[in-house]
Structure formats: structure tokens, C-alpha cells
Design a binder for this molecule. Structure first.
Ligand SMILES: *[C@@H]1O[C@H](CO)[C@@H](O)[C@H](O)[C@H]1NC(C)=O
Ligand SMILES: *[C@@H]1O[C@H](CO)[C@@H](O)[C@H](O)[C@H]1NC(C)=O
Ligand SMILES: *[C@@H]1O[C@H](CO)[C@@H](O)[C@H](O)[C@H]1NC(C)=O
Ligand SMILES: *[C@@H]1O[C@H](CO)[C@@H](O)[C@H](O)[C@H]1NC(C)=O
Ligand SMILES: *[C@@H]1O[C@H](CO)[C@@H](O)[C@H](O)[C@H]1NC(C)=O
Length: 343
């Protein structure tokens, strides 16, 4: 009897061992749709990004919006690049506001050169009548934070330098851009970047003349420990929450680090936001809706002196305006953001 039991146990042991061998290679702790974490420690970007292919810029006017675009390198040392957009000018020499834009993707995925982001920027450039520059900031897993924030700060300084007509002048921005009306815009992690730029601009000097007039944050990627109203019950299981320790492994205080929790115990007062007007656009079914709303109430309660606009897309979720271009709520958003940029 004991012998039989021993054999059964032995069999079970080797069978499990065998299964482990077969599946070990596949064992993953994915933080989809952002990254895949293999048991052997290898981390790769999630393949989902491939469903949104890279598209070239358009040197002839886009048939729908009339916008033209081109790719440029901002910093040959880091290869920081960007796509610049110019709306149809109709022979006017009127200066246009400048939109410095940051795409989303939890600091892991996304690109200014992807089909969906390109489409969104075309529409926004046309609706807002702005010169846009969409930044290809560096991502995880090749880079961890604060690299993306440093690239963003470099990009802001670079735009400011365009007002001086130095050696690296980019004619679309230098000729058509109005440096007294610069907007920071971004969605998801791009909105996190926008917030951090607007805070940093109140502390660090810009090398050249530039006035950050407004900021547009769409479905912002903000986190924090503890619950806020509207957090879904599974908030800490969402990929946004789970991806944070990877993208910012050396962030003290984790999700309460001020770069991702703008209303946390260690965060600088939102009164510091160095812009005159802010538009926050949330989405009804976004798991991060509560965090966006908390940001808005935080700004309101901070004594910040500026104009705060707030909209919520109905029956839509995180970054709907990029991922579902044909959704009626996307058209509404583009119209509203366009109005905000033109005002
Ligand atoms: C870890 O596993 C992945 C997936 O099987 C494989 O592609 C990668 O080469 C492995 N890395 C190491 C260091 O073994
Ligand atoms: C520089 O960036 C461009 C566009 O993102 C990319 O195609 C190219 O491979 C990069 N070059 C290097 C040396 O990293
Ligand atoms: C140029 O004219 C077209 C058609 O009237 C209009 O849609 C577009 O917004 C104009 N562009 C600018 C920059 O004013
Ligand atoms: C969280 O809950 C919502 C609603 O029940 C569900 O749609 C979503 O898939 C859940 N997310 C995770 C990461 O479990
Ligand atoms: C909300 O959107 C879903 C598709 O995402 C659709 O099936 C549903 O009918 C919509 N609900 C309302 C009330 O519009």
C-alpha cells in the first residue's frame, strides 16, 4: 500500500516537473497591453502595438484635413525625434499657437508615427489651427523614468529656442508659431508629462522666451495609494497601476511619487501650475476616471489662478479619442479641444 502511494506521489512529482519544463518558457506576468514579463526576468514591449502600424508623414495636404507633416530630429545625441504638423494656411501670415504634444501608452507603448496618433494629430491641428509637434519621447523597457520627462523638458526648451532663429531652426515653427501662445497637450501618460512640465516650468528657468499659455490633459494617467471616489473596485489590478513599478523602479513612494500622484502628500501645490488655462477631458468608463476627477478638485482647491475647463466623454473609456477615431464622442472632443486651442 505504502509502496503504491509512493509510486503515485513520485509520478505526480515528475509529471508536474515535466509540465513545468514544457510551460516554463511561456510563463509570463504580463502587464498587458503594455509589457510582457517573462519568468526569467526578460521584459518586452507588448506586441499589441503592431496593430497600429507606423505611417509616414504627409508632404502633400491630407485629403480630409489639409494638414501637412514631416519628421525631424530634435537632439542628434539622444536621437529624440518628433513629427511636426502645419494646418492649411490660406495665404495668411497670421501666427498660429504652438501645440507641444505627448502621446499615451503608460510610458511603454505608442508613437507619434503610428497611424492612430497621426490621424488624431491631423484632426487636432486642423480643428485648433495650431502648429503641432508630437514628441517621440523614449520609452520603457529600453528606458525607465525620468527619461521620458527629461526628453519632454528638452523638447520644451527646443521649442523655446525656435524663437531665436538659431542654427537648428525648424521653419514651420519658427515662421508660423506664436511663442506667446504655446500649449502643452497629451493623453494618458502624455498627460502625466504635461502636468510635470507645467509644474517644472514654475521652478526651472526656460533658456529662451516662450509663454506656456494652456494645457490639455485627456484621460490623464494619474495614480495614488488609497482609494478616491470613482475608483473601480479592481483599481489596483488594472494594468495602469501594475505597470508603474516597472516604468519607475527607482521612484520613492511608488504610486505616491509626485510625478504620478499630483495630489499626494509629497506633491507640490497645484497652485504652481505654470499655465493660464487648463482643459481636463475624462471618459465615463475610464478606470482612471477617479484620478482625473481628483486632479480637477485638487486644482480647484489649490488657489490656482487660471481658467479650468472640464469635459467627460460619455460611454467611452481611456484614450477613446485615439483608439476609436470614428466614435461620435471623438468628434465632440476634437471640436471642444479645437475651440480651447483657438480661444
Ligand atoms: C527569457 O524567455 C524569453 C521567452 O521565452 C526568451 O525570449 C528570452 O531569450 C529569455 N531570456 C533569457 C535571458 O534567457
Ligand atoms: C532614431 O530614431 C528614428 C525614428 O524614431 C529611428 O527610425 C532610428 O532607427 C533611430 N536611430 C538610432 C540610431 O537609434
Ligand atoms: C483655411 O481654410 C479652410 C477652408 O475654409 C479652413 O477649413 C481652414 O481652417 C483654414 N485654415 C486656417 C489656418 O485658417
Ligand atoms: C475590472 O473590472 C471591470 C468591470 O467589472 C472589468 O471590465 C475589467 O476587465 C477589470 N479589470 C481587470 C484588470 O481585472
Ligand atoms: C455604449 O457603447 C457600447 C459600445 O461600446 C454600445 O454597445 C452601447 O449601446 C452604448 N450605450 C449607450 C447607452 O449608448
Amino acid at each position: 500500500m505504502a509502496n503504491k502511494m509512493f509510486l503515485v506521489l513520485l509520478f505526480c512529482f515528475f509529471f508536474t516537473f515535466y509540465l513545468d519544463l514544457i510551460f516554463a518558457k511561456e510563463a509570463v506576468k504580463g502587464v498587458r497591453p503594455f509589457i510582457i514579463v517573462y519568468d526569467n526576468g526578460t521584459i518586452v514591449r507588448d506586441d499589441a502595438i503592431r496593430t497600429d502600424p507606423v505611417v509616414p508623414p504627409q508632404s502633400t495636404p491630407d485629403p480630409i484635413t489639409g494638414v501637412i507633416s514631416k519628421d525631424i530630429v530634435l537632439d542628434p545625441y539622444t536621437n529624440l525625434s518628433a513629427r511636426v504638423y502645419l494646418p492649411s494656411l490660406n495665404h495668411t501670415s497670421k501666427k498660429l499657437p504652438i501645440l507641444l504634444y505627448f502621446h499615451g501608452g503608460a510610458f511603454c507603448i505608442g508613437s507619434p508615427f503610428s497611424r492612430l496618433d497621426h490621424k488624431y494629430l491631423n484632426r487636432l491641428t486642423s480643428s485648433g489651427k495650431v502648429v503641432s509637434i508630437s514628441i517621440n519621447y523614449r520609452l520603457f523597457p529600453e528606458h525607465t523614468l525620468p527619461t521620458a520627462f527629461e526628453d519632454a523638458w528638452f523638447a520644451l526648451q527646443w521649442v523655446a529656442s525656435q524663437s531665436q532663429r538659431l542654427a537648428w531652426t525648424e521653419p514651420w515653427i519658427a515662421t508660423h508659431g506664436d511663442f506667446s501662445r504655446v500649449y502643452l497637450g497629451g493623453d494618458s501618460s502624455g498627460a502625466t508629462i504635461v502636468h510635470n512640465l507645467a509644474i517644472r516650468a514654475s521652478l526651472d528657468p526656460l533658456l529662451y522666451d516662450l509663454h506656456i499659455y494652456g494645457a490639455v490633459l485627456v484621460t490623464p494617467f494619474f495614480l495614488g495609494s488609497g482609494r478616491v471616489p470613482l475608483d473601480p473596485p479592481n483599481y489596483t489590478q488594472t494594468p495602469y497601476y501594475r505597470v508603474w513599478p516597472y516604468v519607475c523602479p527607482h521612484c520613492p513612494h511608488g504610486v505616491d511619487n509626485p510625478v504620478v500622484n499630483p495630489v499626494g502628500p509629497r506633491s507640490p501645490t497645484l497652485r504652481r501650475l505654470a499655465v493660464e488655462k487648463i482643459l481636463v477631458y475624462t471618459a465615463e468608463h475610464d478606470p482612471l476616471l477617479g484620478r482625473g476627477v481628483r486632479y480637477i478638485t485638487g486644482i480647484r482647491g489649490s488657489g490656482w489662478k487660471g481658467i479650468l475647463a472640464y469635459y467627460e466623454g460619455k460611454n467611452v473609456s481611456h484614450v477613446f479619442h485615439v483608439s476609436i477615431p470614428d466614435h461620435p464622442e471623438t468628434q465632440v472632443l476634437i471640436t471642444r479641444v479645437g475651440q480651447f486651442l483657438r480661444a
